[in-house]
Design a protein around this ligand. Sequence first.
Ligand code: ADP
Length: 672
Amino acid sequence: MDAFLTLVQKNPFIKLRNTCLVGPRLVHKRHVLNSYSYGFKNRAVRTANLLPTADAHLSLEVNTEKRGSMTDSVLEDLSWPSPNDEIPFWKKDFPSWDMNQEVPVNIEKDSDLMHIVHITAEMAPIAKVGGLGDVVTGLARACLSRGHTVDIMLPFYECIPKQQINELELMTTYNSYHDGSWVPTNVYRGVVSGIPVILIEPSNHFFKGQFVYGGSYNELEAYLFFSRACLEWMQVTGTQPDIIHVHEWQTGALPLLYWDMYHHLSLKKPRLVLTIHNMEHYGECSKEQLSMCGLDGSGYATIDKAIDDRTIGHNPERLSLLKGGIVYSNSVVYHGILNGIDTAMWNPAKDVFLPSKFHAQEAEGKKICKRYVQRGLGLAPDCSRVSKDEPDSVNRVPLVVCITRLVAQKGLHLITHAIKQVEELNEASRRDVMTSRTMIALERSAFSSTFQRGGRGGGRGSFRGRTAINVGNYIDGLHGGEIAQVDMEGGQMVVLGKASDGRVEREFEGLSNLVILMELYTASFPFPSSLNDLNCFPEIIEMLLTFCEELSHMLYAAADMVLVPSIYEPCGLAQMIGMRYGAIPIVRKTGGLADTVFDMDDQSNSDMANGFVFEGIDEGSFNWALDRACRHFREKPDEWNDIVRKVMEIDNSWNNTAGKYIDVYNSIRARC
Ligand code: ADP
């Protein structure tokens, strides 16, 4: 029994029914009862009695739906989150997830096996900032399951959560060179989501800090050190993989170090592959900085080696580590191979972060995920059914999510525009409702915003802007009075994004403010009586300016649409992950987005159709796609459900593309 209780208490999604177990949080939850009610399907104002407790409130939701489906029992067992929870729902303790169990067993093994070592600045999920981390983990797992030996070497960042590394042990301590001296360096080995990792931990200040990037050390120098330290470790331990696969500018100097230094020592066998995931950064470097890793920097300042061509004739001229890596690698991959997604890590049927699992043949759980996220973020609830036996309501509210690094490449102006567009749609809808006769009953309404720095918004340095619009319009007080709900025709949008540039971060913080100002301008209702009241209103836009892997899983699962408006995108994973989780992509036609998403209204390609595509980088083009997606969602619910099923079944896994990397490896490996 004790073990059972522990299990139940540890499961973040199970509601504790036994009153003995009700702790302060549940009591708190009752206190902060949400003010919006569920189950009203007409676009008119209705009122309902406010029930005295949160649990009773949930009962209303459950009882109005037909009993008996699997979904219903899931609903009853769920502990629903609220925006007022002390610990936000994405920061709960989640059960551990043994990825080894997830690897498909029926993958055919390759006959000609090799040892591949990835050397990288990122690895999902322990040190992930963007797609690089996903790609390295996904490709490594795919090669492992084909029978190859694979290791991933990465810096032992201070921010890496050690509890996510299994079998972590110190392997050895050795010295590696930096700027005229030898730095004592620890090497650890462990297993991360089923993949062997080797972690390099110098005893100096490199890689210290709370985040993967942006610590208070010189990043370029730290990665130069890391590049050499990996080769030095191979030299010291006699490790000679067939392939060293380096990624991005951070490891661009490694091929130089290999061919001009370590290959003349004892490393003879390895051959080098460089993958460029993103051309935005190229490791701009001075000759003196390159010399810090023990190479003669000035020897690389030539056009056929590492000089950055754009700086020729400038004083001083600069080097590009990425160019050096391109020149010195045996093979370079950029664009040529479409990435896949790690279907073990991105699997809605097993994902431990989801309150309800689902898959293409049984997608009801997706609706629960949507409602869960809506409730947790304080977004107005959708009126679509959550029980199988009920017909879908026509008044469904599309939830659009955008999960991205907030950098220019990702189409910041279009993301900004999308936020305003969704806001405006709702405003128009709200005005429409307000002028209708039924609204005469409304006595007052409210709109609000609350901003929280840090704390529950996602840890230090994060920002959570909440814009509340009273879509479920408010009648007659919150304290035991009656609540009304008006369905609206706009949509909801959640942005989960982290900016590395303080200016961009401030811009997005400012955007939250702007949205509120728009509210103030267009609304003609009195302010609510207290700030406390404001927290109780459902919202339509949520901006979470932080990085959170767990929340990203939940958002993909909750989303009806995933927005990827990139200006350029070598491959892009968000659209593929979105599809796997049943979110229809809205993308700009560029790079890998154009290769994976095909427009629903393109009659010439209806077999492939799986999303909404726009071409221009202007707002008009974007509006056109968003508008079509929202109309489709609202007006053709059955077709929409079909397309959701279809995109979930698309195979964007590494199983399809890892073979192309294996071909590259085979084409360059030394068979001595
Ligand atoms: P890029 O590599 O250019 O960042 P991709 O689309 O290839 O873009 O991959 C982005 C990956 O990073 C996806 O897995 C996405 O879910 C994740 N991601 C981006 N921003 C965040 C965030 N703020 N929180 C959690 N995950 C994020």
